[in-house]
Design a protein around this ligand. Structure first.
Ligand code: G3H
Ligand code: ZN
Length: 313
């Protein structure tokens, strides 16, 4: 495949030994810029253990597309902030591959500082539970403080309400009155100096049982995304991507979404794969003989989303 074929099919990474296309792809700014140019989005996948990390990395490697690995406060607490940073850095260096690390949903400056000092590429500073003015004010402080530690770090801010928890919820809350307006987006970006904005556009964290069964899909407000993109003028992230209608995701990316977060879908695949691995060998106690089934299950989930985000279907 020549490079124009690759570009037309989405955003391939540099790949080992290939010349970089559109700047150094190990810089997330370049990866975001190229994604926009090619009308594709970066997949962001949360990890809480080595099974998830191996699966996510292997799916991005197989498709040769850049990928963002996310670790929320809870996921970082479990894996270790410096430990997950070291793992991702080792993958990036050993395979010369554009894999980036995000400190997802970070609620305090202390935790954000810890992540930036450990070498995370991006931070989602999430004060969205606060009233708009207070959210803007603490986010602005965070942007200034974090860029003093590492001027290259990307800081994302969040407005609106998209619920919490990448889990299976019994009820899907009605969050329609908390959608982000283009005017709020513009004001928030200009005031805080954030690099990336996470708006509320019909998205929601977690999945209902019906979504897990594939009987129900999250739907997005595409028109609103396009208006927010124009007003905000910065890359937009779509959180709560699990269970979202495929067509809506394609349209959302075309309308201005540059990063899509997926967590619950991978967690469901992790559990299913683990159960299958245990059931296949009820007397097995060797972890590396049981866990590949979980890696494969998560990898298939990540591959499906990466193909969609990068027009590789
Ligand atoms: O930050 C993580 C996400 O926004 C994931 O949401 O669990 O609905 O995929 P999700
Ligand atoms: Zn999120």
């Amino acid at each position: 495949m020549n490079s124009s074929d690759a570009a037309s099919q989405g955003m391939r990474s540099t790949g080992k030994g290939q010349p970089p296309r559109g700047g150094d792809m190990r810089d997330i700014r370049n990866a975001l810029e190229l994604a926009r140019k090619n009308g594709v989005a970066l997949g962001h996948f949360n990890v809480a253990d080595l099974v998830l990390l191996k699966a996510v990395f292997s799916s991005a490697q197989e498709l040769d597309v850049p990928v963002l690995v996310g670790a929320s406060e809870g996921e970082r607490e479990f894996m270790g902030v410096r430990q997950i940073a070291a793992l991702v850095q080792s993958l990036r260096e050993e395979f010369d591959f554009p894999v980036f690390l995000n400190a997802d949903h970070t609620h305090t400056l202390k935790k954000a500082t810890e992540a930036v000092k450990a070498g995370f590429d991006t931070v989602v500073f999430d004060a969205s539970a606060l009233p708009f003015e207070q959210n803007a004010s603490v986010t602005k402080e965070a942007v200034e403080a974090l860029k003093t530690i590492n001027p290259a770090v990307l800081v994302e801010g969040e407005i609106g309400n998209i619920g919490t928890g990448s889990e299976i919820h019994e009820l899907s809350p009605d969050l329609s009155k908390y959608l982000t307006t283009p005017a709020e987006a513009k004001q928030f970006v200009e005031f805080t100096g954030i690099d990336v904005l996470a708006p509320a556009v019909g998205n929601m964290h977690g999945m209902s049982e019906k979504m897990v069964e594939g009987e129900k899909k999250k739907r997005l407000d595409i028109e609103r995304i396009a208006q927010i993109k124009t007003a905000a003028g910065v890359p937009l992230t779509l959180h709560g991507g699990s269970g979202t209608d495929d067509g809506d995701l394609r349209q959302a990316i075309a309308a201005g979404i540059s990063i899509v977060h997926i967590n619950t879908e991978l967690r469901v695949a992790w559990r299913n794969g683990l159960e299958a691995g245990l059931a296949a060998e009820p007397h097995q106690v060797v972890p590396y003989k049981i866990l590949p089934s979980a890696v494969e299950s998560v990898k298939q989930a990540a591959l499906a989303r990466l193909r969609l985000f990068n027009h590789l279907e």
